[in-house]
Every structure is written in C-alpha cells, then in structure tokens.
Design a protein around this ligand. Structure first.
Ligand SMILES: NC(=[NH2+])NCCC[C@H](N)C(=O)O
Length: 576
C-alpha cells in the first residue's frame, strides 16, 4: 500500500469538503522529522490564500473534515498552517503484518503501461567503455523497478550499428582478405582494427574512395557488405554480453534494436517532413528549422536530416526511432538513459517528432540524462596512460580489490566462498556507487570509497542485510513460528516500521523519476534506523511476545533490503 497516496487522497477529500476548489493540491509529503509526524500536508496554506482565509483557521476546517479514523492517532496544525499526521501504531502494525506475509512486500502494482527503455547503447566495433556503464546500470535498475510494478517493459538497446564508419571497416576487411591475413578477430583486435581502418581512411586516398563506395553499397542492401557488417555486429555483441552477464544486467541479443533497424524508415520520414512543410532544402541538404532554438545571430537553428551526399544522420534515426516506438511498439512512455551531452540532440529530434505528429503529447518522451564519470582528480575518468578505460578492465580491477578486502576480512573462509563473496561485492560496489549518486551530476569514481564498509556503499548495504539475516540464524526461527503479532511500544520500533512501510513510495519515486539513487537513499536510511532500533531494543533476550514482534520487524527489514537491492540489480549474501 502506498501510504503517502492514501493520505494525500484523504486530505484532498477533506480540502474539498472544507470548501477548496476541486483538484486543489494536498501536497502530502513524508515528514522530515519525527516531531512533525509521519506525513505532512503542505497544500492547505496555498488554498487558504486563494480563498482569502486565515491559513490556520482553514487548516482546522480541513482537519474537521479529515477522515483518518483508525489510520492516524493524532493530527496537528503546525506553523503557518501545515498539517502534521501521526499514524496509528496498531494500524502500522497491521500494515507490517501484510508486508511480511507478501512476497512483494504488499507493494501494489500499477495499471500496466507499455514502457520502452532505451539504455546501454554501445557502438559496434568499439569496446564498451565506462561511459556506457552508467547508462547500462541505471537503465537496468529502472527496468527492474518498472517490471516489479507490473509494467510491460521493452528493453531497447539502441546499438550504434549503422553509419559511415562501416565503409572503412568493410574496406579494411576486404584488404586483409586480399592480403590473405586472418580476419576472424575478437573485439580487442576490433578496437585496434577500428583505429587501423581510421588511419587508412584518413591517409590513403584510394582506400577512402573504396570505403565511401562500401557505405553506399551497404546502405542499398548489398549482400557482400551486409555479410561483413553482420560479422562485425556479432563479434561486438558477444563481447558486450560478457559485460552484461558479469554485471547481471538483464540485456541479451534479443533486446538489440540498433540504429540499422530504422534504415528503411529514413527516406520516407524525410519525404514526409518535406511534404508537411517542416523540412526544406538548404545548401543541397535537407534541413528542419526550429524557431525555439536560436543561433548566435538570433535565427532559428537548423537540424540537418539529410546531407548533400544523401546520407542520413543520427538525428534522422532518432526521429524515426521515436515514431517506431509509438506506432509499432505502442509505447505509453519512452525513457532514454543517455548522457547529458546529447540533451539538445534529443530535444531537437523530439521537437520535430511532435511537430510532425509522429508521437502524441500524452506519450511522454523522457531524457533521463546523466553526467560524466570522473576520476578522483575531477577530470574525465581515464587510464594512467590517458586512454579510455575498458569496462572489462574496470570490472577486473574491482574484483581484484574486493578479493584483497575479503582476504583481509575473512581469511578463514574457503577459497571458493571468498571468490564468490568478492565477485558479488565487486560488481555491487561498481553498480551501487553509480546508482547511489544523483544521476544528473558528474560522478567521481573512487575505489576506496565504493568498497568501504561505512557510508552509503554496496558493502555497507550488503553487510546490513547479512547482519539482519544472521539474527534469524541465531534465533533459529521461521516466519511461521512467529505467532505473536507486531506490537509497537518503543519509538525506535515505530520509526523503523514507519520507514519499512515507505518502501512502496521509494519504488514509485524511482519509477516516476528514473532516479535509482532515491532507492539507495531509502535503503541507507532504513539500515540506519534498523541499527538504532537494534541498539535500543534487544531482540533475542526480550520476553517471548516482544521477541517475536521484534523478530518480525527484523525479518521485514531483511526482506525489504533484499528486495530493494534486487530492484537495483544488486545481489545479497547470506554470509560475508
Ligand atoms: N536513441 C539513442 N540515441 N540512444 C543512445 C545511443 C548512444 C550512442 N550509441 C552513444 O554511444 O553515444
């Protein structure tokens, strides 16, 4: 149950009953401090002002109309006209029992929408690097959350598998074949191969002509070129899959909807935009001028959708792609996890999409932008030699460091167990350190920080889970043995339970805002409240009924942390 939504509804009804215009916002939020209760309604003052009434008097009228019998034990006016709501302990306890009895923690499902999530999107013939890491793991966490809420999620890996670069790659493949050298390669060679092809392209005129010729042939569906292209795509996908598997990211080849997929749509889209009068010829190219974007001379900025040589652009593909996601996939909502430098590109593409009527306004196109990954020195994250960091190397290093950590912490474990813990902690650390930061800011990649057992880190959260779970091991009980009800006697118990019951609100906020850090913050606060509870309220030594009630709170905490981490794509361990 979403308690915030419930209270918000109740306050909205009370507002109306007290004379507020229909639809006046109740603005119910979680209270920031226990002294302000569990929830606070902030909407009253705004409405009172509109009605020309004294806000505190109006707040009293709203409270008189507020029907929270059995739900709240106290409702107060605070400050200039806030309403503070203190939930009833027995009501909370009953909700706790419901959550405990449910394998989805009594979280309601939403009315199912079709939601396309565009994430990961690496490029063919290039190794995945750390820049793709953010998109991949943030997107994955949001996908998991949306599916948990019952949505029909379509994972769209917008692979960079089309474009003029394939001309030079195919030309180089052909060259190598003619030389009789081996062209079967793995991706690490492919990176080198890409660079080699680029040098040839830039420096060898004849090679350049051949390469450009291959581009035209590829785009017109020439089988020889397509075959070579397929080879390049296949090698890339195989290598990417290894990264996805290591990170437990739920992407497979089936989720690839690369740029090439939209190739056949490009000419008709350009023709249609011309016919609608949106696109015009300009210097031989086809351009859409957008009034809402001005260049430095104050003139509308132009977006090229077809070059003079007939080639299409990244933007043309994104226009077609949005159209496809609405028309063919029937998306109700499309989320793009792409770095913030592509913001203007997307806004311009979508502006054209809307003007052309390809996607109606009620279908939201959302750019969930994220910042760059920086090194400790605050500059873009690079290898010591200054190159881009390969994702695979980064994951290797994480494992190495986690190995050392576990070796020092748990030398007594078997080698196998240590390895399992180290891998799990390593992947979790890499993911969590990214997920826990506000997505839009640049983020500083810091090994020591992410592997620390203190603070809002993966090891801390995983350990918090293990610790709570171990209380159970020591008590040697299962849920079915706990026949006594949850009873709240201590304020630490109440604070913990109230937080536990806000899990659904955390899930909803991630689904709505595409910001997994909201879940991380929630779990971190929850773990903190558990620690305070555990310090103040002995469990195993308490008398039987109290012990059982507290064990139930502990179990619900363990279940909630596990589920929350699971929605972030992070594994828990029974022992670490
Ligand atoms: N629909 C999109 N444009 N998705 C994102 C693609 C990201 C692109 N392949 C890159 O590496 O920058």
């Amino acid at each position: 149950m979403n308690i915030q939504a419930l209270i918000n509804d109740k306050v909205s009804q009370a507002l109306e009953a007290a004379g507020a215009p229909a639809g006046s916002p109740a603005a119910v939020r979680q209270s920031a401090k226990a002294q302000f209760g569990d929830y606070q309604a902030n909407g009253v003052m705004g409405v009172a002002k509109k009605l020309g009434m004294n806000p505190r008097e109006f707040a009293q009228k709203v409270i008189d109309c507020l029907q929270l019998d059995g739900i709240a034990e106290k409702v107060e006016i605070a400050g200039p006209g806030f309403i503070n709501i203190f939930l009833d302990k027995a009501w909370l306890a009953a909700r706790g029992e419901e959550a405990l009895a449910s394998d989805r923690l009594a979280v309601d499902t939403d009315e199912a929408q079709t939601i396309v999530v565009d994430y990961s999107a690496p490029n063919v013939a290039k190794e995945m690097h750390v820049g793709h890491l953010r998109s991949t793991i943030i997107g994955d966490a949001v996908v998991r959350t949306l599916e948990f809420l019952g949505h029909n999620v379509i994972r769209a890996n917008h692979l960079g598998d089309w474009g003029t670069q394939f001309g030079m790659l195919i030309a180089n493949m052909e060259r190598k074949e003619k030389e009789g050298s081996d062209v079967s390669m793995n991706i690490s060679d492919l990176e080198g191969f890409y660079r080699e092809s680029k040098v040839l392209y830039d420096e060898d005129e004849e090679f350049g002509v051949t390469a450009r010729n291959f581009v035209v042939r590829l785009q017109s569906g020439d089988e020889y070129c397509l075959e070579k292209w397929r080879q390049l795509v296949a090698i890339t996908l195989k290598q990417n899959q290894r990264n996805y598997d290591r990170l437990s990211v739920s992407l497979t080849d089936d989720n690839v909807m690369g740029e090439s997929m939209y190739n056949d749509m490009l000419a008709p889209v350009v023709a249609d935009l011309k016919q609608k009068g949106l696109a015009v010829e300009s210097d031989g190219a086809t351009v859409v001028f957008l009034d809402e974007y001005k260049n430095k001379d104050g003139e509308p900025m132009g977006v090229i959708i077809q070059k003079r040589d007939g080639g299409y652009l990244y933007t043309t593909t994104d226009i077609a792609c949005a159209k496809y996601r609405y028309e063919q996939l029937h998306a109700d909502r499309v989320l793009y996890f792409i770095d913030s430098r592509q913001h203007q590109h997307l806004m311009m593409a979508w502006s054209i999409v809307r003007k052309a009527g390809y996607v109606p306004e009620e279908v939201s196109l959302e750019h969930h932008a994220f910042g760059m990954m920086l090194g400790k020195d605050g500059r873009p994250f690079k290898t010591r030699a200054g190159g881009t960091v390969r994702l695979a190397d980064l994951l290797d290093e994480a494992e190495e460091r986690a190995n050392q950590l576990i070796e020092a912490k748990n030398p007594e474990l078997s080698a196998e167990e240590k390895a399992k813990i180290a891998t799990t902690v390593a992947m979790a650390a890499v993911k969590y350190s990214d997920l826990s930061k506000h997505r839009t800011t640049d983020y500083i990649f810091d090994w020591d920080n992410m592997l620390a057992f203190e603070g809002n880190t993966a090891p801390y959260m995983q350990y918090a889970y293990t610790r709570v779970a171990s209380i159970f091991k020591r008590a040697n009980v299962e849920l079915k043995d706990l026949t006594a009800p949850i009873v709240i006697n201590d304020e630490k118990e109440q604070a913990l339970l109230s937080k536990l019951l806000q899990f659904e609100e955390a899930v909803q906020s991630v689904a709505r805002e595409g910001q997994p850090h909201l879940m991380c913050t929630y779990l971190f606060e929850l773990a903190g409240l558990f620690s305070s509870f555990y310090e103040a309220c002995p469990i195993l030594n308490a008398e039987e009924a109290v012990k059982q009630s507290r064990l139930k709170l502990a179990l619900l905490t363990a279940n909630t942390i596990k589920k929350g981490l699971d929605l972030l794509g992070i594994e828990t361990l029974e022992r670490m």
